[in-house]
Design a protein around this ligand. Structure first.
Ligand code: FMN
Length: 187
């Protein structure tokens, strides 16, 4: 049986939910999956990529940056990743305004800088949670609200500035997972 390692770094839980949905699709395709939350796992316990056929690395974006742990994971393992099916994904607000730019900035540049060649990469839509029950701290919520106001004004995207806006397109995410499965099965 093929084996895939899914690792992610998520600040507010959105990339984590994406990792879980993708992992379920891998399992349904009879692939063995290990999922590791890199922010919650000590670096010395990060798994070796050796025993996997595929590795999927995901992150949320905050102030134009990946979470630091998945980037560190990619750096650490970069020499061992190009002989596997490697996938990258991020969840980003910029997807709402310029999808191609978001792919360039948050996937292609990272891959080029590290010298890795993902077989598949994509940017998924964000969650913009400005509701009272949001898990964001006051500062993060303020930053997000300002950015959301700019986006809704300049790009004609409807955003509830007091509510939960979950823009994630689960069909896009499932298609991505199924394409990853196709790559793994062809290997
Ligand atoms: C304080 C803050 C700053 C953000 N900055 C950016 C940004 O610079 N670019 C972007 O595309 N998305 C940005 N986002 C949107 C997040 O990428 C989005 O909410 C994503 O779903 C977070 O994923 P995570 O929960 O897995 O970290 C920001 C969100 C917050 C709360």
């Amino acid at each position: 049986m093929k084996k895939i390692l899914v690792v992610f770094g998520s600040r507010f839980g959105n990339s984590k939910e994406i990792a879980n949905v993708i992992s379920k699709i891998f399992e349904e395709a009879k692939i063995i999956v290990d999922v590791v939350d890199l922010k919650k796992t000590k670096r010395k316990n990060w798994p070796s990529t050796d025993r996997y056929d595929g590795v999927l690395v995901g992150s949320g974006i905050k102030i134009m940056k990946w979470t630091k742990e998945p980037l560190a994971f990619l750096k650490k393992n970069k020499n061992n990743l190009n002989n596997k099916t490697l996938g990258l994904y991020v969840t980003s607000m910029i997807k709402l305004t310029d999808y191609e730019q978001a792919k360039k900035d948050y996937c292609e540049k990272i891959a080029n800088n590290l010298g890795i060649q993902p077989k598949i990469y994509d940017v998924f839509d964000p969650v913009i949670d400005l509701s009272e029950t949001s898990n964001l701290g006051a500062l993060d919520k303020g930053i997000l609200k300002l950015a959301a106001m700019g986006i809704s004004k300049d790009f004609d995207v409807e955003i509830d500035l007091e509510g939960l806006n979950d823009f994630r397109d689960w069909d896009q995410i499932k298609d991505y997972a199924n394409t990853f499965v196709d790559f793994i099965k062809k290997e």
